[in-house]
Design a binder for this molecule. Structure first.
Ligand SMILES: Nc1ncnc2c1ncn2[C@@H]1O[C@H](COP(=O)(O)OP(=O)(O)OP(=O)(O)O)[C@@H](O)[C@H]1O
Length: 254
C-alpha cells in the first residue's frame, strides 16, 4: 500500500505540530521516522493511520483520501501500534491478539479456523506462543509491547505503523522485532529513537519542530552534520566488517 501525506498542517491552540509535511511511502518500503522528542513523529503517524484528519492537506492510502474511507476499511488495511496503547486488563494474551481479526468479522463472516491460524502465527512471530493464556495484567512492559505488535500482525495489514516499537524491549527482542518488521512484505512506517537501528530502514525521514527536514537513504540523511544540528550530538561512523554498513557511535551531547 502506498501511503501519502500531502502538505499536511496540524495546529493545536495556534501551535504548529506539523508544518507543511509531504511524504510518500512506497508499497513494501520500510520507512523510518526519526527526530528529537516532540518533533512531530507521533502526530504524523496518527495522520498516516487515518486517526487524525488534518485541517490543511490530506492523507492518502493507495491514492484514496483517508477522510473519505470508512473506519472499518482503514482498519482492514492499516495497523497502528501506538506508544501508549490501551490496556486490555481482563483479557488473555491470545484474546488480545485475536482482537486484530475484529475488522474482518461480521455476522456473515464469523470466526473461522483460518483466523485461529493467523493468531497462532502472530503469537509465534513475537515469541509469545508459550504465554497465550496469561492474563494481560500479569505481563511485563516488554511482553505487553509484543502483544500489541502481535495484534497488529494478526490484522494482516497492508501497511503497518509503529511508534517506537522497541521501547520496553530487551535487546534480543528489539533486534528480533525490527528484523521481523523489515522482512514483512508490506509498507512499514516506524518511528525510532535508536538512530543506529534506523540505519537498517530503506529510507528515513527526519522530523524537526513539526517539519520533515530531510528524507532519503539513511546513510545520506544521517550525516554527522545532521546529527549535530537536529539531534544535538557528536557522533562518528565506525566501520564494521560484520555488516555492510558502518555503525553509529555517539560521543557526547552538544
Ligand atoms: N493535543 C495536543 N495539544 C497540544 N500539544 C500537543 C498535542 N499533541 C501533541 N502535542 C505537542 O506536539 C509536539 C509533537 O508531539 P509528538 O508526540 O508528535 O512528537 P514526537 O516526535 O512523537 O515526540 P516523542 O519522541 O517525544 O515521542 C510535542 O511538543 C507535543 O507536546
Amino acid at each position: 500500500m502506498r501511503l501519502c501525506a500531502e502538505r499536511v498542517d496540524w495546529r493545536v491552540h495556534g501551535r504548529r505540530l506539523l508544518d507543511d509535511v509531504s511524504l510518500t511511502v512506497e508499497p513494501g518500503e520500510t520507512f523510518g521516522l526519526v527526530g528529537p522528542n516532540g518533533s512531530g513523529k507521533t502526530t504524523l503517524l496518527r495522520v498516516l493511520a487515518g486517526l487524525r484528519r488534518p485541517k490543511t492537506g490530506r492523507a492518502l492510502a493507495d491514492g484514496r483520501p483517508m477522510h473519505a474511507m470508512k473506519p472499518h476499511e482503514i482498519a482492514r488495511a492499516i495497523a497502528f501500534v501506538e506508544q501508549q496503547a490501551d490496556t486490555l486488563d481482563r483479557l488473555q494474551v491470545r484474546e488480545a491478539v485475536a482482537l486484530g481479526r475484529t475488522p474482518f468479522l461480521s455476522p456473515l463472516s464469523p470466526w473461522r479456523e483460518e483466523d485461529d491460524a493467523i493468531v497462532d502465527r502472530a503469537l509465534a512471530e513475537v515469541g509469545l506462543e508459550a504465554m497465550d493464556e496469561r492474563l494481560w495484567h500479569t505481563l511485563s512492559g516488554g511482553e505487553r509491547q509484543r502483544v500489541h505488535i502481535a495484534r497488529a500482525l494478526a490484522q494482516r495489514p497492508r501497511a503497518l505503523l509503529l511508534d517506537e516499537p522497541t521501547n520496553h524491549l530487551d535487546i534480543r527482542h528489539q533486534l528480533s522485532i525490527l528484523r521481523l518488521v523489515r522482512r514483512l512484505p508490506i509498507t512499514v512506517v516506524v518511528a525510532l529513537h535508536d538512530l543506529d537501528q534506523a540505519m537498517d530502514c530503506d529510507r528515513i525521514g527526519v522530523m524537526d519542530g513539526g517539519r520533515l527536514v530531510d528524507i532519503g537513504p539513511p546513510r545520506e540523511v544521517l550525516t554527522l552534520e545532521r546529527l549535530r544540528h537536529t539531534f544535538g550530538v557528536h557522533a562518528d561512523f565506525l566501520d564494521d566488517p560484520e555488516q555492510d554498513r558502518p555503525v553509529l557511535r555517539f560521543r557526547r551531547a552538544l
